[in-house]
Ligand binder design. Structure first.
Ligand SMILES: [Zn+2]
Length: 319
């Protein structure tokens, strides 16, 4: 059955795809390799699965480095990969907006877990639309620790023979994240409160702002789907001038021109704002880069932010 499904996956489309999903074309990957077949949508979630599962599962991550999850749509090959999975992890809260219907259909046939939707809604930030929430939960490390817990519980349920391994790995990784959380707080505390203004391409950092005490502003909203208007650009440029913001930040999953437009608008007002560097926002970086893992991404971001917003003085007090 599944071999036929794989072959069909190379040419199916549209209505046929929907029929195929409804027909219950499911993966038998576990039977082939002896390992649980897990698909994660984003690299961030894939990294959390890797931390918890190690080599106990076959992990397939749909979105590569730098890919914007708001805009990502599944190819037929991606759908075939999802069909082969025993267990799917995705962010949810409409982060993977274009995948929503495919994931929902697959979820009727196999465990497809929206990790962010397992969190207490009281911990989530709204987006001004009833019942919708900001999906960028990974920037609050305490929330990501809960996601790690969710992943461990789901892996243990799907693969009870390795449950103890998953729980032990999750505990160790959560301890590492606690240390990292403290590090972010310490780097933030070294910045004067009035300099904790984070301006980026889109509103990916609201949880970061809440957790660590930054005022955050993105040119685009919580999704990159909607283009920013000229009024948004003007307002952001005015804010940068009025508040004397020294630097604004590029994001790795959003084209640089978004932030360059803000920089140009500030220049038009007779002021200068620096590009403070590139932050990892909605995607991991390439292998061997600072952002190749979630922990590396968090460390890179706070180091970059702290250095750029420090103003003229560097960390050791030298001008
Ligand atoms: Zn985003």
């Amino acid at each position: 059955m599944s071999k036929k499904c794989r072959q069909r996956g190379s040419w199916i489309s549209g209505a046929l795809l929907a029929l195929l999903l409804l027909a219950g074309c499911q993966g038998d990957g576990q039977a082939e390799t002896g390992k649980l077949q897990v698909v994660a949508t984003t690299g961030l979630i894939g990294d959390a699965v890797r931390q918890v599962a190690g080599d106990q599962v076959e992990l397939d991550v749909l979105m590569g480095p730098g890919v914007d999850p708001h805009l990502f749509s599944a190819s037929e090959g991606d759908v075939a990969r999802l069909q082969q999975a025993d267990l799917i992890f995705y962010n949810g809260l409409l982060l993977e907006a274009q995948l929503a219907s495919v994931l929902q259909r697959l979820g009727e046939r196999k465990p497809a877990v929206a990790v962010a939707e397992q969190l207490d809604p009281d911990l989530l930030l709204g987006v001004g639309v009833d019942g919708e929430f900001d999906p960028h939960i990974w920037f609050d490390l305490t929330l990501w620790q809960q996601v790690v817990e969710v992943i461990a519980a789901q892996l243990a349920a799907a693969d009870p023979a390795n449950a103890a391994v998953y729980h032990a790995n999750a505990s160790a990784y959560q301890a590492e994240l606690t240390t990292l959380h403290t590090y972010v707080l310490e780097r933030t505390a070294a910045l004067p409160a009035q300099q904790r203004i984070l301006v980026t391409a889109h509103d990916a950092f609201r949880y970061f702002g809440r957790a660590y005490g930054f005022e955050v502003h993105g040119l685009q909203g919580t999704s990159t789907v909607a283009e920013a208007g000229t009024a948004d650009l003007r307002a952001l440029a005015d804010l940068i001038v009025q508040r004397e913001v020294p630097a604004i930040f590029v994001e790795n999953s959003v084209p640089v021109r978004t932030v360059e437009a803000v920089q140009a608008a500030v220049r038009d007002r007779g002021h200068q704002v620096a590009l403070g560097g590139e932050l990892y926002s909605d995607a991991l970086g390439p292998p061997n880069s600072a952002g190749a893992t979630y922990a590396g991404l968090i460390r890179h971001n706070i180091d970059t932010i702290a250095a750029a917003l420090q103003g003229k003085e560097s960390e050791d007090g030298e001008p």
